[in-house]
Write a protein of this length. Sequence first.
Length: 128
Amino acid sequence: MTTWREARAKLHAGNPLLKDEYDRLGPRFETLSKLIDARERMKISQSELARRMDVPPNVVSRFESAQHSPRLDTIIAYAHALGYEFKVALKKQPTGAGISSGNAPVTTRRSAAAHAKGAASRRPKLSH
């Protein structure tokens, strides 16, 4: 059976554009990768993990496919089902990193909506 790490390396070697996109989405994929690696090391099937999380098996399969952005609650439940605590660490980017270096900021629907609402409140009101 091929591990996630082996499959990922094979995909990256065959498609440089995929690797670039993977690097851009690094934090998401790093989180998924660590969780999947932990599950595989523990020799726990997706079905068993789903049972521990009290969700249908397709939830774990969809989570591991990385085709959707998982909810934080799902990430935490996955970690807890494996017996891990989930922690978040913020690390300051090196000077010059970020938007000016070509990396687009991560925008969620909620932050985009809040930004749009704020912009709407700053628009001048038209009188009739």
